[in-house]
Design a protein around this ligand. Structure first.
Ligand code: 2M8
Ligand code: MG
Ligand code: MG
Length: 279
C-alpha cells in the first residue's frame, strides 16, 4: 500500500500549517510500513524542514505540483538513477520544464496579451509572508522554484482562458492551488508524477500497491484520479473528481482533521490485518 497526499489544506491546516490532528495516523502508517508521500505545490527547499517535522524523510516526495520528484536511497534503481549528489543521497527528477523557460514565456504573454498577474518571483519576502502566513524562512524557501511558478491572477476569467491557451501552445499548463495559480510543464502534474512513482514502487517491490490519495484543491484532481481510493478533504473548492475507482470519500472535517477522517474511512477497520500483511 501507499498514501499520496497534498499538504496545504489537507495534511496541513490551510491557515496555521499545523498537522497535529493527523499525527496519530502518520505514526500508525509508519509502524505498518506504509509510505506516506507528500504531493505538493511546495518547493524542494520548503520540503526539507517539513519532511523532517512530519517524520517522512525515508519516503519519496513530489514537489512543485509534479515538476520535481525526490527519491530517497530506498527508492532508487541501480540502473535507472544516477546516485544522488546531496548528503542525504536523494535523487531528484525533473519531469517538467525549467523555471527559466516558464518565466521567459510568462514575460512574453504578459506583454502580448496585456494581462494582469503577479508572479511569486515578483513578490518580496514580506509580501509572500503577508499573503500566505508563512514565516520569513519559509517564504524565502517558497520562492525557490525549479519547475513551476505560482501567480496571482488580477484579470478577467476570459483573459485567463486566453492565457491558458497561449501557455498550452508553449507546452505549459495552468493549475489552481489554495491561493495561487501555478504554471508548469504539460507533462508535470500531480497525477503523472504519482503514476510514475507507482510504477517505480511496482518495479522495486514486484507488486502493484493499493494507493490512497488525499487532496483539497483543483491541482489535486489528477492525483485523485490516479489512485485506487480517493479522499476529497473539505475546503474552499467544490471538486469534480472522477477517480479510477468508483468510490470517493468526501470528508466532513477540513485540513488535518479531515485527513485523519479520510484515512480512517478507507483503512480504519483493517489496519491490524494490514500491519501483518506489510511486514
Ligand atoms: C503555494 O501553494 C499553495 C498550494 O495550495 C497555493 O497555491 O495556495 C506555493 O507557493 C507553495 O510553495 C507555498 O508553500 C504555499 C503557501 O501557502 O503557496
Ligand atoms: Mg491543498
Ligand atoms: Mg497543494
Amino acid at each position: 500500500r501507499l498514501v499520496v497526499t497534498d499538504l496545504d489544506g489537507s495534511l496541513l491546516d490551510h491557515h496555521s500549517y499545523d498537522f497535529s490532528p493527523a499525527a496519530p495516523w502518520l505514526a500508525r502508517l509508519k509502524q505498518m510500513g506504509v509510505p506516506v508521500i507528500p504531493v505538493t505545490s511546495k518547493t524542494r527547499a520548503e520540503l526539507i524542514p517539513l519532511r523532517e517535522a512530519l517524520g517522512l524523510t525515508a519516503t519519496p516526495f513530489i514537489a512543485e505540483n509534479g515538476a520535481v520528484i525526490g527519491l530517497p536511497p530506498g527508492w532508487c534503481h541501480a540502473r535507472l538513477d544516477r546516485p544522488g549528489s546531496g548528503r542525504d543521497g536523494v535523487v531528484i527528477k525533473h519531469p517538467g520544464v525549467d523555471i527559466g523557460f516558464i518565466r521567459a514565456r510568462l514575460k512574453v504573454w504578459r506583454e502580448r496579451l496585456n494581462v494582469r498577474f503577479t508572479r511569486m518571483g515578483d513578490l518580496s519576502v514580506p509580501e509572500v509572508m503577508e499573503l500566505t502566513g508563512l514565516d520569513a524562512a519559509r517564504a524565502r524557501n517558497a520562492r525557490q522554484r525549479e519547475g513551476s511558478e505560482p501567480l496571482l491572477w488580477h484579470d478577467s476569467d476570459m483573459a485567463l482562458e486566453a492565457f491558458r491557451t497561449a501557455l498550452e501552445g508553449d507546452g505549459l499548463q495552468l493549475t489552481q492551488g489554495g491561493r495561487f495559480w501555478h504554471v508548469m510543464g504539460r507533462s508535470a502534474d500531480k497525477g503523472s508524477a504519482v503514476e510514475w512513482l507507482v510504477k517505480r514502487f511496482t518495479a522495486l517491490r514486484g507488486r502493484t500497491p493499493l494507493s490512497l490519495g488525499l487532496g483539497d484543491g483543483p491541482n489535486d484532481i489528477t492525483m485523485l484520479e490516479a489512485v485506487d481510493q480517493a479522499v476529497v478533504i473539505r475546503g474552499c473548492h467544490e471538486l469534480v473528481v472522477e477517480p479510477r475507482n468508483t468510490s470517493l470519500y468526501r470528508t466532513d472535517a477540513t485540513g488535518p482533521t479531515g485527513w485523519a477522517e479520510g484515512v480512517a474511512y478507507w483503512w480504519g477497520r483493517d489496519d491490524r490485518r494490514l500491519a501483518t500483511a506489510e511486514k
